[in-house]
Design a protein around this ligand. Structure first.
Ligand SMILES: Nc1ncnc2c1ncn2[C@@H]1O[C@H](COP(=O)(O)OP(=O)(O)O)[C@@H](O)[C@H]1O
Ligand SMILES: [Mg+2]
Length: 290
């Protein structure tokens, strides 16, 4: 396989941002090695997981990487909402992540191209909740197994988790142990973060020793004293991770509306929030020979 060379230079985001919101890239921060496996996870709905998974995936695909997103959320509104597979007219629900879990479809059969070149999706629908209710044998290993048994490997695999830390999220973590945590600067999200840290520690200890938190994103940031205090606290709590803000944007919200439903780079290519995701994509892959 010929692996494309990324062509985009890092956007000068750091210079445009106020001092209090400058991304913190720790000394010694190591860009991910190929193939990169990223998991967007947070035990809270609406924290920005799907937006991050999809926008990051789009930016990496636009750089020339072959990228696949796994929708591991049994609720509507995950990556499938944005990246619905391209199917023929009148096609019903296609083979999806549930069928993979049940052993009824192969990894290739549940992987579909999207409207974005280089970007593929493994979709899921509300039927995926069966996996939580009646987990098939080896449930935690299924995504990892599928990634390892795909006929044409991807440069980047991104799992988009639901808001609960159940079997699906653990399978998403085992398959993609480089963790990206999006959260909002609110009390509820900070409580949920404590719970998430416990799950991550146990998953690392018991299932995937390579698990590491590569990035913590403060979602939908607006300037406030609380936000800047939370940002500082996250930098202290996650000394080895990239910590950055993702700015609040009406365009980001509009893009997700049923009537629009377009990847952000198509709907609002010049939105400032897009620059944040470009920056994230560049930091995570910079220097990699992919
Ligand atoms: N930076 C942002 N600015 C404004 N709205 C955002 C931003 N990021 C996400 N949103 C909106 O917040 C809602 C929840 O985001 P989503 O990524 O679906 O969260 P999760 O996957 O964690 O449930 C969506 O409507 C999305 O469009
Ligand atoms: Mg989601």
């Amino acid at each position: 396989m010929t692996i494309p060379t990324p062509s985009i230079t890092p956007p000068p985001i750091g210079d445009e941002l106020p001092e209090w919101l400058r991304p913190r890239v720790p000394a010694g921060f190591k860009p991910l090695s190929s193939p990169a496996r990223l998991c967007c996870i947070m035990q809270k709905g609406g924290s920005g997981k799907s937006t991050t998974a999809v926008c990051l995936a789009c930016e990496l695909a636009l750089k020339g990487f072959r990228v696949r997103v796994w929708d591991a959320d049994a609720q509507r509104g995950g990556a499938t909402h944005w990246l619905a597979p391209q199917l023929g007219d009148g096609a019903g629900e296609p083979a999806n992540l549930l069928h993979l879990f049940k052993g009824e479809a192969s990894p290739d059969q549940v992987t579909y191209p999207t409207r974005v070149p280089n970007l593929y999706v493994v979709p899921s629908y509300t039927s995926l909740k069966q996996v939580e209710l009646a987990p098939p044998p080896g449930v935690e290993q299924v995504i990892d197994w599928a990634i390892n048994n795909t006929s044409e490997p991807f440069d980047v695999e991104i799992t988009d988790c639901g808001p609960t830390l159940g079997q699906l999220s653990v399978a998403a973590l085992v398959g993609a142990p480089n963790v990206v945590i999006p959260l909002k600067a609110s009390g509820f999200d900070l409580d949920a973060l404590t719970e998430l840290n416990r799950t991550l520690a146990l998953t690392k200890q018991r299932l995937t020793p390579h698990l590491q938190i590569v990035a913590v994103l403060l979602s939908e940031v607006l300037k406030s004293n609380l936000t800047s205090e939370v940002f500082e606290a996250l930098c202290g709590d996650y000394p080895d991770s990239l910590v950055m803000g993702v700015r609040q944007s009406v365009k980001a919200r509009e893009a997700s509306l049923e009537s629009i439903r377009l990847p952000l780079h198509e709907y609002a290519p010049t939105a400032t929030v897009r620059k944040d995701f470009q920056y994230l994509a560049t930091q995570l892959v910079e220097g990699r020979a992919v």
